[in-house]
Write a protein that binds this ligand. Structure first.
Ligand code: E4P
Length: 218
């Protein structure tokens, strides 16, 4: 499973990239807005200098011509820019046009399996089901990933399932077991993934024993 980091923060992206396992980045208008005073295009360019994998940059137009115009500017930034479009009718139209031209598209805000089927038919590179937001309203977000996996397998769609709105390492485990192609995670969750109390206490014991044996020899 590929791991993307879901943030607009250069600091977090650098730290995630330094781990050596980062495959890409997703951003959205809310994440970019958290980065006070930052120019959107400059920030995407800066991210692309750090990460070679797909970097999702989201449009804010709600009609296909506007989305295509924004996409034109965004794809000039770097070859790894992926255009992120909302899963609405106008987004679907723009997705088909861009995908036919070989532009990578990430269709975002997917909340039910038929949206995922439609974006695959329109040639999207990624479909982004939002797990956490479904859980937030009492639905089973993980079941959406399961349904999309089955549908894509049934028909051999190549669109990658990008599990999004991930809130915990457990989400990540479950998405991996179902067979999501990609998971995009907040940096905080990426840090949590590497922590286990038994790893910490085991390492502490190893180091203490090493010190004791060396102190004895000295
Ligand atoms: C994905 O591309 C989105 O940016 C993201 O995962 C949304 O997550 P949230 O529901 O935690 O805002």
């Amino acid at each position: 499973m590929k791991i993307f980091v879901d943030t607009g923060s250069l600091e977090e992206i650098k730290k995630a990239n330094d781990l050596g396992v980062l495959d890409g980045v997703t951003t959205n208008p809310s994440l970019i807005a958290k980065e006070k005073g930052v120019d959107f295009h400059t920030r995407i360019a800066d991210i692309c200098k750090i990460v070679k994998g797909p970097v999702s940059a989201e449009v804010v137009s709600t009609n296909a011509p506007g989305m295509l115009k924004e996409a034109e500017e965004l794809i000039k930034i770097a070859p790894n820019v992926t255009i992120k479009l909302p899963t609405i009718a106008e987004g679907l139209k723009a997705c088909k046009i861009l995908s036919d031209r070989g532009v990578k598209v990430n269709m975002t805000l997917v909340f039910q399996p038929l949206q995922a089927l439609m974006v695959a038919k329109a040639g999207a590179t990624f479909a982004s089901p939002f797990l956490g937001r479904l859980d937030d309203i009492g639905h089973d977000g993980m079941n959406l990933i399961r349904e999309i996996r089955t549908i894509y397998n049934n028909y051999g769609y190549k669109t990658q399932i990008l599990a999004a709105s991930i809130r915990s390492p457990l989400h990540l485990v479950q998405a991996a077991m179902i067979g999501a192609d990609v998971a995009t995670v907040p940096y905080k969750v990426l840090e949590e993934v590497l922590h286990h109390p038994l790893t910490d206490s085991g390492l502490k014991t190893f180091l203490e024993d090493w010190e004791k044996s060396h102190a004895a020899k000295a």
